[in-house]
Design a protein around this ligand. Structure first.
Ligand code: GLU
Length: 478
């Protein structure tokens, strides 16, 4: 049997972090078993459809490093892979259910359904469709109140023998609540999620469904549909929901990290995020926390999931991202940081600064502020910025640094040469580091939190360094 798995995002906005989380494990299973990984866009809810979000989903999942074998952008033998392009398939399936008596037309108007629900709530009855339309022809129904000429198609849930338990690959025997007569085809002719997901998972020969925990409650209606169609269901694994610190489900409204794009915007490396996501509710047999995607594939086992929803800990991700950043080559680091730089140019200087930056930033976004000085012309300095106490005075520190650096050749003007020249001056005068280096930092950047002075001087080069020191000296009174 060829393993066929899928991710089935709904294009209702930019992708949720859970989409990346679930996709990652489906991808790992496909790769491990030499199977196929399918991307299917579930765009049947036209009310929630957001223009371009399928494109955004595709791009963001690619950024994460996931690669599917079949999908709307790639084609494949089971296409089309966008549900809105498969309406005749669902219509045909609904017809089969109608003919077999497993589904029926329902002409109840939205107003009638609303009244029915309000009434059920008032009487403390369980919610659910009251089956007014069951067994009625259009004519019969039209004589009753709350008739809408455009019907929906509902599934007929039997009174007995509904599959309320199933065997989940992570959770074992799992219970789910009794469903009511669900809508399968809406008034607009589009299928609901339950109808489309069952038809497509069957048609696309999906063997394993790894999806979020929130779909457990949908299992009875989906299993009923498999039974009605006479199809073998795939195997199911419901992955734990990612949770906020307060254990609530991660939502875009409450937590910026619910958006997959947020991680890209902040400058997390996709390989660090993949590693971090792989640790949510799942663990390596040897307990290792830092591992590559290849390691995940080699060790992946669905049964190693803990069903308890993991708490999303961004501090841990920051730590992990910093570790991955440190391991990048200087060239690769600058390439990855490029979208976060204040502007174009400065490549040579950035490369000199890379070793210092790599150990200082947790997110690539922080690079911008750290390198801003390279992109600035004359800085806006005020004497008050230099207020330090002790010896030397800021002016004397800058004069001494200027003289020491002027004595150096333009090449090599590197960290080691600069450090020994400035340290020689400092020990000659027996100055403390603070009063000596604080003013240099301000003169180079107009900031107090920066990369180390030696690295910044090397990155600026001799001429630009001397010019900045002189600009600062000029505004400090003798
Ligand atoms: N379209 C559903 C979603 O967005 C897919 C659920 C499933 O995988 O069955 O979550």
């Amino acid at each position: 049997m060829t393993v066929r798995v899928r991710m089935a995002p709904s294009p209702t906005g930019d992708p949720h972090v859970g989409t990346g989380y679930v996709a990652l494990f489906n991808y790992a299973l496909a790769r491990q078993r030499g199977g196929k990984f399918v991307l299917r866009i579930e765009d049947t809810d036209r009310g929630r459809y957001v223009e371009n979000s399928d494109q955004q989903i595709i791009e963001t999942l690619r950024w994460l490093g996931l690669d599917w074998d079949e999908g709307p952008d790639k084609g494949g033998p089971f296409g089309p892979y966008r549900q809105s392009e498969r309406l005749p398939i669902y219509a045909e399936a609904a017809k089969r259910l109608l003919e077999a008596g497993h589904a029926y037309y329902c002409w109840c108007s939205p107003e009638r359904l609303q009244e029915m629900r309000a009434d059920q709530t008032a009487r403390k009855q369980p919610p659910g469709y009251d089956r007014l339309c069951v067994g009625k022809t259009r004519e019969e129904r039209s004589r009753l109140p709350g008739f809408d000429p455009t019907p929906v198609i509902r599934m007929r849930v039997p009174d007995h023998d509904v599959p309320l338990t199933f065997n989940d690959m992570i959770r074992g025997v799992t219970n789910a609540p009794m469903p009511d007569d669900q809508v399968l085809i809406k008034k607009d002719g589009f299928p609901t999620y339950h109808m489309a997901v069952v038809v497509d998972d069957h048609e696309m020969e999906i063997t394993h469904v790894l999806r979020a925990e929130e779909w457990i409650s949908s299992m009875p209606k989906q299993l009923l549909l498999y039974r009605y169609f006479g199809w073998e269901p795939p195997r199911f694994a419901h992955l734990p929901l990612l949770r906020n610190q307060d254990r609530s489900k991660i939502s875009k409204r409450k937590n910026p990290a619910a958006r997959l794009l947020w991680f890209q915007e902040e400058g997390f490396l996709p390989e660090a995020l993949v590693n971090f996501l792989a640790l949510q509710g799942w663990s390596m047999p040897d307990g290792r926390e830092k591992f590559s995607f290849e390691d995940l594939i080699a060790n992946f086992d669905v049964e190693r999931f803990s069903p308890v929803g993991p708490i999303f800990d961004i501090n841990k991700l920051d730590w992990m991202n910093a570790e991955y950043i440190k391991e990048l080559s200087d060239e690769e680091f600058i390439r990855r940081a490029a979208p976060f730089l204040p502007g174009p140019g400065q490549e040579a200087s950035l490369l000199k600064l890379a070793p210092a930056l790599k150990t200082r930033v947790k997110r690539l976004k922080e690079v911008c502020d750290q390198v801003e000085f390279l992109y600035q012309g004359k800085l806006e300095l005020e004497p008050s910025m230099f207020a330090t106490s002790g010896t030397p005075s800021p002016r004397d520190a800058l004069l001494a640094a200027e003289a020491a650096l002027e004595a150096l050749p333009a090449e090599p003007f590197d960290v080691a040469t600069i450090e020994s020249a400035l340290e020689a001056v400092r020990s000659e005068h027996d100055w403390k580091p603070g009063p000596m280096y604080g003013p240099i930092r301000i003169a180079l950047t107009a900031k107090t939190k920066t990369p180390p002075n030696f690295d910044m001087l090397a990155a600026l080069g001799r001429d630009r360094s001397l010019a900045r020191l002189r600009d600062a000296i000029a505004i400090l009174a003798a």
